[in-house]
Write a protein that binds this ligand. Structure first.
Ligand SMILES: [Zn+2]
Length: 89
């Protein structure tokens, strides 16, 4: 069982959450971006080993977005916080 600590609701089972990605950078000038730039933004993601900062939504709870620092090798949740409030690594 994997628990995620929601900063608003407390520890909850992972099944209450929806993965929201890792915050890919949107093209700086969306009107000037070409198809390959949009394809990179929409579909291409890094798949890092180790610590990874992600966004999750507590979709079956308070429905708020939270920041999660997770170890992708062990699935351990290292820290959670409100978006933009994770401490530096
Ligand atoms: Zn919550």
């Amino acid at each position: 069982m994997m628990l995620i600590h929601c900063p608003h609701c407390g520890a909850r089972d992972v099944t209450e959450f929806t993965y929201g990605g890792a915050g890919a950078a949107r093209p700086a000038d969306p009107a000037a971006a070409d198809d390959p730039q949009w394809a990179d933004y929409v579909y291409m993601r890094d798949n890092p080993r180790g610590l990874h900062d992600e966004l999750w939504q507590h979709s079956a709870g308070c429905r708020r977005w939270i920041a999660v620092r997770r170890n992708t090798l062990t699935h351990d949740v290292i820290a959670t916080a409100r978006p933009g409030e994770l401490p530096p690594r």
